[in-house]
Design a binder for this molecule. Sequence first.
Ligand SMILES: Cc1cc2nc3c(=O)[nH]c(=O)nc-3n(C[C@H](O)[C@H](O)[C@H](O)COP(=O)(O)O)c2cc1C
Length: 345
Amino acid sequence: MSELWDPWQISEGAFPKPGASSEKLRFLLNYAVLAPSNHNAQPWLFRIMSDGIELYADRTRALPVVDPEDRELTIGCGAALFNLRIAFRNFGYEGVVRSFPDAHKPDLLARISFGDGKVATAEEHGLFESIVKRRTNRMPFRTQPIKESLLSELEAAAAKEGAWFQVVLGDENRNRLADLIAEADRVQMSDGHFRRELAAWIHPSRTASHDGTPGYAIGYGGLASYLGPLVVRTFDMGKGQAAKDRQLATGSPVMAVLSTENDTSADWLSAGQAMMRVLLRARVDDVWASFLNQPIEIPELRTQVRDLLGKKSFPQLILRMGYGQDVKPTPRRTPGEALMRERIR
Ligand SMILES: Cc1cc2nc3c(=O)[nH]c(=O)nc-3n(C[C@H](O)[C@H](O)[C@H](O)COP(=O)(O)O)c2cc1C
């Protein structure tokens, strides 16, 4: 990460309270850009309007091999939207959202405007404070279980955003899910196109790049992080990855699937907001999460994940959760870099 720009150090006190609307809106974007996205591609663009912000899908940042329909791209944008909503609330604005406000502009995912003044609740402040504390934590977690009461709250958090958060219960189901994850790893890693796409987004740990995944975030320290992209591009490491992920899946206190009733762009945007509400709520209680979405990225295996849940739904994400040590945050583009430049037609 560049020495000068540390997006995670954003301070609430720097909000330009007496400033112009445009300054305030631009400040709020500092929280939107901290959202997670697959490969840290940050597939969002923002446009500052007179009283709000437009959120666009940036399809030039799509991942056509792993995410050919832009499903995960839209989930990432939903996560950025949720951060924005919580930031509006934290600074005393209602934050009124209209999703897909223009049928002629499929890339325009949402408009969010100030709305009325509204004091934030303690819950909203808590979620806001978690934005800078969240990371994808791929390290093994302690065996310490997560309390039932928190799991119920995570279910409620997803439901509030129109999605299901379902904990996978019982050894048989967990093992079956771990098998599907391992199988998906082997399928994906044997595909040269998948490996090339993945390698293109992995950067050395000391990267100055504002996007992509630095080696340290996926377990390649120092020198190995320089070789990581070459290794990923060149060798089928499916077997090793499968074994590692199987262990992570069976060894984590909680494995959960986030699903939606349908599988449209609107569902993906909701899934992203639900995911973010869940991840932030989890961080309020010091719980970490990371993703093992691989089987959902392969249509035949996605159906099997759905069967395992016993619910007629569309699985969108697989999360592992638990307690563990903090990890280093990953880079981000500045709000300025994520602003829409060209004229909208
Ligand atoms: C829709 C979506 C899919 C993701 N899929 C994976 C995944 O399959 N494996 C993984 O290790 N991380 C996955 N991630 C996590 C991203 O790699 C991570 O968010 C990104 O590198 C930024 O890092 P951060 O979350 O620590 O800020 C996913 C994130 C999102 C939002």
